[in-house]
Design a protein around this ligand. Structure first.
Ligand SMILES: *Cc1c(COP(=O)(O)O)cnc(C)c1O
Length: 429
């Protein structure tokens, strides 16, 4: 499998773009490789500029629930393009997508659209601070909530991979309002509430996907809800990744805990840049122009992006069984790989939530970021490179989650498991 053209393209890109990429995890640096440049994609497959085909378990880092170039989404976008790319004025498409989102999330009565997950979370935090009149926030080590200043503290994923969890360029004055707690550890949250009586919100990925896949315990989320209520603090579920991936109706429907604010992204744009945050009408009424909390965006609610999002979400709503179908495939994949690994005495921890799957080369159960960080990174890098050689494209960091799309068939899952067996054997030689 030659990758000459990608190697050359990466060199050229590095001359012009920092690290050759427009988002750090894409650079393959944590697995010591060189990124593939993609020419096109169709269904389950990515095709690089050397003409190699890969079964894609990254799916643009989550958005493509229906695989690449889903017919319905593609034609909705093509149709929308014909009417104009952007108006900066209200369109019916925004109301239609809002209706869908509100119908799918119990805790959302009103929603505002933005252009990325980062923007959604940043705005949700401002809303929580504005609503409560408080400054401090609690976040969990290893949870990623986008790259805005006050959230770039111990932030998992790309940030963890690069070993500088809080970035230079973020003033300490900004992050002094960010209190850190340990995922799945309610005592650590209680300590935050002991340290501050000024906590506007607790933000959490209820199904963490940016330290590998580490779902929160149900009991822990219930306790968290209670603590927030006790302290007049808002609870934010960051479902930018898990929303529409783990369940059609959000993590709240899986765990029975209702957040005050939900942030969404990825799948909600069907592959186009869309983020959103939603809450009760009462909380959302604080937002400008209804209320005093300012938030805006020139391209927010962009008609092409709304068309793609509507096509994706309406398809999901009408075919809500897909989450459990994909869930069955996800379980088969990770259990199958785990069984193969065991034959070579390689311990694996695996988990899934709907179409999300995760695995760690670790002999202990992973409950938080420090557990995840004890996984075997060298083994992961070898596994990643081996699977790529076999034609299977996994996320290039052990702190990422994998995704099954509807384009990935049972046969592809079996092929992936068989390939993993060959890769484990080669690694152990
Ligand atoms: C991806 C992600 C974000 C950031 O979204 P962008 O669209 O990359 O800005 C925020 N929170 C979570 C949980 C995410 O997975």
């Amino acid at each position: 499998m030659g990758t000459k053209s990608s190697l050359k393209a990466f060199k050229e890109a590095q001359e012009l773009i920092p690290g050759g990429v427009n988002s750090p995890v894409r650079a393959f640096s944590s697995v010591g490789g060189s990124p593939l440049f993609i020419k096109e994609a169709k269904g389950a497959y990515l095709i690089d500029i050397d003409g190699n085909n890969y079964v894609d378990f990254v799916q643009s880092w989550g958005p493509l629930l229906f695989g690449h170039r889903d017919e319905g989404i593609e034609s909705a976008v093509l149709e929308a393009v014909k009417h104009g790319l952007s108006f900066g004025a209200p369109t019916l498409a925004e109301t239609e997508l809002a209706k869908l989102v509100v119908s799918m999330f119990d805790s959302i009565e009103k929603v505002r659209f933005v252009s990325s997950g980062t923007e959604a979370v940043m705005s949700a935090i401002r809303l929580a601070r504005g609503y409560t009149g408080r400054d401090d926030i609690v976040k969990f080590v290893g949870c990623y909530h986008g790259h805005s200043d006050s959230l770039l503290v111990e932030a998992g994923s790309g940030a963890a991979t690069f070993g500088n969890p809080s970035s230079p360029g973020v003033p300490a004055d900004f992050t002094k309002h960010t209190l850190l707690a340990t995922y799945n550890d309610i005592e650590s949250v209680k300590r935050c509430f002991n340290d501050s009586n000024n906590i506007a919100c607790v933000i959490i990925e209820p199904i963490a996907g940016n330290m590998g896949l580490v779902p929160a315990d149900k009991e822990f989320l219930h306790e968290l809800r209670k603590l927030c209520d006790l302290n007049g603090t808002l609870l934010i579920f960051d479902e930018v990744m898990s929303g529409f991936r783990a369940s059609v109706n959000g993590a709240e429907s899986l765990v029975g805990v209702k957040p005050d604010i939900v942030t969404l992204g990825k799948v909600i744009g069907g592959g186009m840049p869309v983020g959103a945050f939603g809450a009760s009408a009462k909380i959302m009424s604080q937002l400008s122009p209804e209320g005093p909390v300012y938030q805006a965006g020139t391209l927010s609610g962009n008609p092409i992006a709304m068309a793609a999002g509507y096509a994706a979400l309406s398809k999901l709503k009408q075919n809500s069984q897909v989450i459990s179908v994909l869930g069955t495939r996800a379980i088969r994949l990770v259990e199958g790989m785990k069984k193969e690994a065991a034959k070579f005495s390689i311990p694996m921890q695996v988990d899934t939530r709907g179409s999300m799957f995760g695995f760690f080369f670790n002999d202990k159960e992973v409950k938080n970021f420090s557990d995840a960080a004890k996984s075997d990174a060298v083994l992961f890098a070898k596994f990643h490179a081996g699977m790529l050689q076999e034609g299977f494209y996994f996320a290039c960091s052990l702190y990422e989650t994998g995704f099954i799309s509807t384009a990935i068939t049972d046969a592809m899952i079996e092929d992936t498991i068989a390939a993993s067996a060959r890769v484990f054997q080669a690694i152990k030689k």
